[in-house]
Design a protein around this ligand. Structure first.
Ligand SMILES: [Ca+2]
Length: 493
């Protein structure tokens, strides 16, 4: 009796110590729980541009070698199809319709003093740093400015100071880089000079990798890995390519010349006839006035930018190897959303089709077997997953799922459907293994798209108006209502 009382007291004391642990010491539940996190994110990168995801023309040997040692997810979705809300979502652990961050603001006012993903590591004693764009920054505007994102949110930017021990910007010349440039968008007579902004511009640049933002980002990341190898770190490395402008040192363009050799996706007659108005993307071959030559050059320019970004990823991975910390570091590679390269004659992001809503996702954890996982996962899962892997208590309030079990058994499934939004179009996506359900307005009043993804993987035939599909449409409409209700039931008031 006396002994068990003592055991109980001791256990209570232990529990007390665990729960009273201060910010000096990471909360741990196993011996290897002080693993570092190296989070690498590219901007506007579609998985289809990577050779490890099957691209035959654009070679990405560095991302491929990470994929070869990690788990590559084939059905990974972002939670919003453009930078601002996507990044605010996975960095806070809340869906966009929980925080209300549907544009380019900092999520901090919405979350109060709750910890963000990097902040959880920082508060536990990790060195937490970002290099370049992690929360939203305008590209190219913000990068020309100084890479600090001050071009948004009344010049306060969308970054969150409390997330980081240190933060570093990577200004670059972007579209002003010296070299051979052409504006492809809105320039049918070819008279427009090279311009800035969110515009399709290709620049085959003079000079080396370090002229540009991503070269500087890689160099800073390499330096930080060397400096901080002896203590736990959460290092977030944000590359801005292949976001427009498609600018890179000219040697990266060589495999994609002449541009006329680049292939375009098939053009389907009447492809737009069954797409509701908000489903026609904000950038199309038509409204961008891009003829076939320009479209093929856009693909080549995008691939060159991807190749350049991949080379920078390689430098960071090499530095991790050299530091001796590779066996103690979780490495994640992803993008904030995908990108259209001419599918449906759509370009860029915002659309809720797979090209824009799917993201590449590779998670490499020391000691785990390489794998390919087809489970539906979301970027919002990264916060709870790394929390689990590093021995933190997963905060109950956050809305993603711990997908770490998939790293041991890739045949597992963690959710019935992926959820993603395009607030600019009041668009909502529910995507499962059978259907892609796209609703404009929560009640579908601005249109619905429904694709049988088994029979129609490229989403050419919208069957939402087929009378035989009424039950399916009704089922997904109900699922969407329930999903939004569950997202809005949160601790943010
Ligand atoms: Ca982006």
């Amino acid at each position: 009796m006396r002994l068990s009382f003592k055991v109980c007291s001791f256990a209570l004391l232990l529990v007390g110590i665990m729960f009273s642990s201060t910010s000096a010491e990471p909360r741990r539940n196993s011996e290897n729980s002080r693993m570092n996190v190296l989070f690498i994110i590219s901007d506007d990168l579609t998985a289809t541009a990577l050779s490890c995801y099957g691209n035959k023309y654009c070679q990405t040997p560095n991302i491929d070698r990470l994929a070869a040692r990690g788990t590559r997810f084939t059905n990974s979705y972002c939670n919003a199809t453009y930078c601002g809300p996507s990044r605010a979502s996975f960095l806070t652990g809340y869906y966009p319709h929980a925080t209300g961050v549907l544009g380019y603001n900092s999520p901090r006012p919405a979350i109060g003093d709750r910890e963000t993903w990097p902040q959880m590591f920082k508060n536990a004693g990790y060195y937490s740093a970002r290099v370049s764009k992690i929360y939203h920054m305008g590209v190219p505007g913000g990068i020309e400015y100084g890479g600090d994102g001050r071009d948004h949110n009344n010049y306060n930017g969308a970054d969150d100071e409390a997330s980081w021990t240190e933060r570093f910007n990577s200004p670059g010349p972007e579209w002003k880089a010296e070299g051979k440039g052409e504006t492809l968008e809105g320039n049918p007579d070819g008279k427009k000079p090279v311009v800035g902004g969110n515009t399709f511009v290709v620049v085959e640049a003079e000079g080396d990798d370090l002229v540009h933002s991503d070269g500087k980002t890689a160099a800073k990341a390499v330096e930080l890995i060397e400096q901080h190898a002896d203590k736990p770190f959460f290092l977030a490395v944000g590359f801005v390519r292949p976001h427009v402008p498609f600018v890179a040192p000219k040697n990266y363009f060589e495999p994609f010349l002449p541009y006329d050799n680049n292939e375009l996706p098939p053009k389907i007659p009447g492809d737009w006839d069954d797409i509701p108005v908000p489903g026609i993307n904000y950038k199309t071959s038509k409204n961008m006035k891009m003829d076939l030559r320009r479209q093929k050059k856009a693909v080549g320019g995008y691939y060159a930018a991807v190749s350049y970004m991949d080379a920078q990823v390689g430098k960071v991975l090499d530095a991790l190897e050299k530091s001796g910390q590779a066996d103690n570091t979780i490495v994640i590679f992803t993008s904030d959303h995908g990108y259209h390269l001419g599918e449906h004659d759509f370009w860029a992001k915002v659309s809720l089709h797979d090209e824009s809503s799917q993201v590449p996702l590779i998670i490499s954890v020391p000691g785990k077997q390489p794998a390919v996982c087809d489970s539906l996962v979301e970027l919002i899962d990264l916060f709870p997953t790394t929390a689990q892997l590093c021995g933190f208590n997963i905060p109950n309030r956050i809305q993603g799922k711990d997908i770490s079990p998939l790293l041991d058994d890739p045949s597992l499934e963690v959710r019935e459907e992926a959820f993603c939004v395009a607030p600019m179009r009041k668009g909502f996506l529910l995507r499962d293994n059978n259907w892609a359900f796209l609703s404009y307005n929560e009640d579908g009043s601005k249109g619905i798209e429904l694709y049988d993804v088994q029979k129609d993987p490229h989403h050419y035939t919208n069957v939402a108006n087929d009378p035989n599909m009424a039950n399916v449409v009704a089922k997904y409409q109900q699922k969407l209502t329930r999903k939004l209700k569950s997202i809005r039931e949160n601790d943010l008031n």
